[in-house]
Design a protein around this ligand. Structure first.
Ligand code: BMA
Length: 880
């Protein structure tokens, strides 16, 4: 900091303390409020930020809402109206300011706000910040603030009734979801009325902070900084959203000292809330250190300071983190393929997106703690993910989420919050959406992690493939509404606010081709264009031919059940069977429980223990095995398709499986259970997202091994393929290919041999008695993980015996480790320590050695005794 600026800061502090001129005063109103329902029969203290469900639970009025069938038992909560009340006093100093605003960072959802008996405003959108001028309503002594919230369910229904001209489907969720209707009429987390992985808990509350902000001259509402790159020159677009009491002339000093860049500009802040834009040229552009996605480099940041002076007085002083990175979405003709490419170029480098889809981490957002967020994001990067899609049926996540994505190198595909529905476009709806979009883009655009905006989830597909049986004569009207909302409004606003990243109207979409076709393509799932979502539960997931050879897979997945230790706290003995009412109740996807078993039965023997509890836990296990293996197969297919065009299709540049996390303890597509425990799928992701990966598969009886590399340097790799008998821990034979070139960022064939020939040269192996393992190596040794290929379904394998794995838990300087000893080959070896939170270094593995040591990273204090007591080991042969 320059001495003159330091002196000015000291002066400002002294000045503020004595005269309160040019200084804004903030008074938080967070903390304990009181809460009551419409007829006053329930009244209790309630924490703000928070929601009614959380308050009722914290005060002991209700049990854990996630326990058993409580989502249905507690339906009444969201059918009632609720009022939050607080009483506060304010200093004379605060009231003496010219402007005093009552600020709500988030109100969920339809509310009227009363101060000292006078209404100060209304809210209708949980995704907006609201502020109301209240200076003249404040008084000496006690001030009473009430926020009266309408039942979101009744409010949504009223909005539906008011919209009588034509229907805006889907009206209600499928019966199996036990949800509420018409959520598309209100600006609220769409999945809070139920989803195919989540319960119906339509929340009510003040879900973000509340405060008073008082100032005399002006106040900075928000600062944003967006770097732009053009002709090798960086500039930083700095925007100040300022609320000024009167016209104020100021001198603005922008500076990034580390880059020797400073600029002084004259400006005038006009009365009211205005956006003021400035450009800082980076003189030393060639020295700028770039932000890279995880696996491609570091995430360095710079400090931008912004100061405003009126004469010699410092009237504004703020800072912002700046990360430099450029992003392009490349949609251009592809040689040998009809259609257009679809991939992201970060800092000029094509990057394959590896990751998953993010849903809300809890039904009650006030219970999403920093620890919960951190654990999930850390779990994502630790398995090699570089991207997450914040899905459009949830919430725009909290600031911390994006700051951590910035720091961890997680690219974010950010949807706007519209999903799986049509939406109204009448004036008041559009107006609140417009404000939501502007606020969210301004809040989020400084984050380098966000690499694209996307208007909605699956609404282009919903229209194109007619999910809602729209009569042909009315189709044009619905298309018009679609274009009005996502193109003429959301897209236009985003492009005005942010020129630094692409905007996609929907996901999935054909991108530029959808635009050509009037924004709703005939087939938004066309693999020649844009991104695709693909689900099939009945086709054999081990057969890669069933997967679309898409440009970009932004959703695909399979369900599984969470582990017993996750279910146990929300269930009782009578629930612990696959056919219990509880098991059906938690399954929100039609036929989901049946689909999992049918898919599993294609390749595995289903659990058949006569002990009901063992049979239940074994079934949970087998669904996880199935899911892990299915998503592995599909992800490996997408990764190996990055360089190829086959029959006009390919060049896949993204694999984001559905879904990363869970909102409650139930079967879903997630790889991480509610509470943070990794499913087998998440452990598998450690391998299938590895930077260098061998992928093996058969085509017409020939075994191919591809080397997939996300690394920049060109490599020379060979495949080492070994055959093992199911009945023996020593390899039967091993084959090596020649070293072959694998260019940086590519997938190349490094091994090819007919399986029959391979087996003929390998002792007494047959498809039923042997399996294959393979890895890559260069002249220095193994590169990437060891992978395997089953030559037949494990249910048909001959020679697989019960491995009788024994284990010893030890504690050493590096933490806990578990030494395993197996008598024979064991598949899908699963270690579980019940409800001791933590994670293993690997899990769900194929054990082809007598001994193996796995470490356990405990997330709370534990002991060798506790771990030994809870440790259970299950492998494929143990469940039948
Ligand atoms: C996609 C998602 C979600 C859904 C998932 C699984 O369509 O966008 O709406 O949860 O499939 O069905």
């Amino acid at each position: 900091m320059r001495p003159s600026v330091r002196a000015a800061c000291v002066l400002l502090r002294l000045f503020c303390a004595r005269f309160s001129v040019f200084c804004s005063v903030t008074r938080s109103l967070d903390g304990k409020w009181s809460l009551s329902n419409s007829d006053g029969s329930v009244s209790l203290p309630a924490e703000v930020p928070g929601c009614v469900h959380s308050a009722l639970q914290q005060q002991g009025y209700i049990q854990d809402p996630y326990f058993r069938f409580n989502d249905v038992s507690y339906r009444w909560i969201a059918l009632d109206n609720w009022t939050y009340t607080t009483t506060f006093s304010v200093s004379g100093q605060l009231r003496a300011n010219h402007k005093v605003l009552l600020v709500f960072d988030g109100v969920d959802t339809a509310a009227s706000v009363w101060l000292n008996g006078i209404i100060v405003g209304k809210t209708d959108n949980m995704f907006r910040r609201y502020d109301f001028p209240v200076r003249d309503l404040l008084k000496d002594g006690d001030n009473v603030l009430n926020v009266s919230l309408l039942s979101p369910v009744l409010y949504a229904s009223e909005r539906r009734t008011a919209h009588s001209a034509y229907r805006v489907p889907p009206e209600c969720p499928p019966h199996v979801q036990q949800g509420e209707c018409h959520v598309n009429f209100i600006r609220k987390q769409q999945s809070s009325f139920s989803w195919d992985w989540g319960p119906s808990f339509p929340t009510v509350g003040l879900w973000k902070g509340v405060r008073l902000e008082a100032f005399d001259v002006l106040q900075l509402v928000r600062v944003s900084s967006v770097p732009l790159h053009s002709l090798s020159q960086w500039t930083v677009q700095v925007e100040l959203l300022v609320d000024a009491v009167q016209t104020t002339n100021a001198q603005i000093a922008l500076s990034i000292p580390e880059l020797d860049s400073e600029q002084i500009l004259q400006t005038q802040f006009l009365p009211g809330k205005t956006k003021n834009s400035f450009t800082l040229n980076i003189n030393t552009s060639s020295q700028v250190k770039l932000w890279w996605p995880n696996g491609h480099g570091d995430q360095p940041s710079y400090h931008l300071t912004v100061r405003g002076f009126q004469g010699r007085d410092l009237i504004l002083n703020t800072e912002s983190k700046v990360y430099f990175r450029s992003v392009e979405l490349v949609q251009e003709p592809v040689v040998g393929s009809p259609g257009l490419s679809f991939y992201f170029r970060i800092n000029g480098k094509p990057v394959f997106l590896k990751g998953s889809n993010w849903i809300p981490a809890h039904s009650f957002q006030d219970q999403v703690t920093p620890a919960v967020l951190r654990n999930l994001l850390q779990s994502a990067v630790d398995v090699g993910m570089n991207a997450l899609r914040v899905w459009g049926g949830g919430v725009y996540e909290q600031d911390l989420f994006y700051s951590w994505c910035d720091e961890m190198g997680i690219m974010v595909w950010q949807d706007f919050m519209f999903a799986c529905a049509l939406y109204p476009t009448e004036d008041d709806f559009m107006q609140t959406v417009r404000e939501e979009v502007v606020q969210q883009v301004q809040r989020l655009k400084s984050h380098p992690s966000i690499i694209t905006w996307s208007g909605n989830n699956e609404n282009e597909a919903a229209l194109a493939t007619d999910w809602f049986n729209i009569p042909a004569a009315q189709r044009a009207a619905y298309l018009r509404d679609y274009v009005t909302l996502y193109v003429n409004n959301i897209r236009a606003l985003v492009q005005e606010e942010d020129q630094s990243r692409p905007f996609l109207v929907s996901s999935p979409t054909n991108g530029a081709e959808s635009e050509q076709e009037g924004w709703v393509a005939a087939d938004p799932y066309d693999p020649h264009y844009g991104d695709t979502h693909f689900y099939s539960y009945s086709l054999d997931c081990w057969d890669w031919r069933t997967f679309p050879r898409t440009r970009f897979a932004s959703e695909y997945g399979f369900q599984s059940w969470p582990s017993f230790s996750t279910l146990q706290p929300v269930s009782t003995l009578e629930d612990w069977s696959y056919n219990s009412n509880f098991s059906s109740h938690r399954q929100h996807h039609e036929d989901g429980n049946q689909q999992m078993l049918l898919q599993a039965a294609l390749h595995f023997k289903l659990p058949n223990s006569t002990d009901p509890l063992k049979r239940f836990t074994d079934t949970l296990y087998i669904t996880q095995v199935m899911q892990a293996q299915c998503v592995k197969a599909q992800t490996e297919f997408y990764r190996r398709s990055r360089s190829e065009i086959i029959e006009g299709r390919g060049r896949t540049m993204g694999a984001l499986y559905w879904q990363l996390n869970d909102v409650w303890q139930a079967p879903s597509w997630s790889s991480i259970e509610f509470g943070g425990k990794w499913k087998m799928l998440h452990y598998f992701a450690q391998n299938f997202f590895a930077a260098v990966l061998p992928v093996g598969f058969e085509d017409g009886g020939t075994l191919f091994v591809y080397a997939v590399s996300d690394l920049s340097p060109d490599l020379e790799l060979r495949a080492v393929v070994s055959a093992y008998s199911w009945s023996d821990l020593d390899p039967v034979c091993t084959l090596k290919s020649d070293l072959l070139p694998v260019p940086g960022g590519s997938a190349a064939i490094v091994f090819k041999q007919p399986v029959a020939a391979l087996l003929a040269g390998c002792g007494s192996c047959t498809r039923l008695t042997c399996l294959l393992t393979f890895h890559l190596e260069d002249s220095g040794g193994q590169q990437g993980p060891t992978n395997h290929h089953f030559l037949s379904s494990p249910k048909d394998a001959q020679g697989l015996q019960r491995p009788n794995i024994t284990a010893t838990v030890q504690e050493g300087p590096a933490g806990y480790s578990i030494s395993l000893r197996s008598a024979s080959v064991a598949a899908f070896v699963w270690l579980d320590v019940g409800n001791v939170p933590g994670r293993f270094s690997s899990n769900g593995f194929l054990m082809l050695s007598r001994n193996r040591t796995v470490s356990f990273d405990a997330w709370r204090e534990t002991s060798v005794e506790e771990l030994s007591r809870w440790l259970s080991i299950t492998s494929l042969r143990d469940v039948y």
